[in-house]
Design a protein around this ligand. Sequence first.
Ligand code: DAH
Length: 341
Amino acid sequence: MNIEELKSTLEKIKKSFKNQKKDGDDKESWNDLRVKYLGRKSKIKELFGLIGEFDPEERKKVGKMINDHKDYIEKEIALLKNKIEKEEEKIKYDITLPPRKRDIGKEHPITSIFELSKEIFSKMGFDIKTGPEIEEEWYNFDALNIPESHPARDEQDTFYINEEKKVLRTHTSPVQIRTMLEEKPPLAMIAPGKVYRSDTIDASHSPVFHQIEGLLIDENVKFSDLKGVLYKYLSELFNDNSIKLRFYNNYFPFTEPSAEMHMNCIFCKGEGCKVCKNSGWIELLGCGMVDPNVFKAVDIDPEKYTGFAFGVGVERLALLKYNIPDMRYFYENDLRMLNLM
Ligand code: DAH
């Protein structure tokens, strides 16, 4: 064999290698190529064995030619192997499969109502206030015009903290008192928070629940201001400008006059359904004009100032807004409840 023949032999091998490489598409094809073109019985092994037949001064050149050829084949096979393995990976992790479902947490409906309410009232200029959940009786009752002998103390099923003159607050109304002692009118605030009553749990009762208290005091505040604020709040909260409100005469010790406010049922639009027990209306909150006795307890002049107050149950709002059928879902930590939202 001379150099020219060697050259053409190498070309031939290269050509046949290229052709066979194109056909090979199964995952072992790189190995077949390796055996055939680099293995013990390969042409190239044979050529290496022929180097000795060349003139001594040509051997170096011949060796290099065969070696370059071997390097080329090795490199091509390595690339092919890499490519095949990558494709196998892709099959192992089939990116076209639908993802495994995960339970993803999100904001609790009670938190959502709190956050939305804070946003809406902040826009109207109300401050956000908080107070302690372990509250002194004076703030929870006396200052709100509920004296010791008053039946409302029993009605609210209070959790008492023995001998300390403290209670778990039965409503957020004591935050009104704390605010009025801290700030002078004009003032406007809401107080979102937890409240406690010794109730047994059922679809609409829980010993721990949530309220939002509201209070606005200035000169010349009228009942119509209360109506306007509540209308604005609820129409934004429920994202519905067609809501209707009605106010029924009621009694609360801390307001005079007092009212309970009903909203037309957002589910049946007033036609009557299970949620509104076929009345077309849903009782949502208590409200009224601040009683002069409350002003006296916190040293605000009832001749100069008037104000309105309201207290709304957050669970009730969340049930309506997110169409959740039972209050117990809020406290059972069952993630499926969040999917109702
Ligand atoms: N505190 C009352 C309750 O828990 C709700 C309430 C009614 C709050 C009338 C008010 C109000 O501020 O004016 O049932």
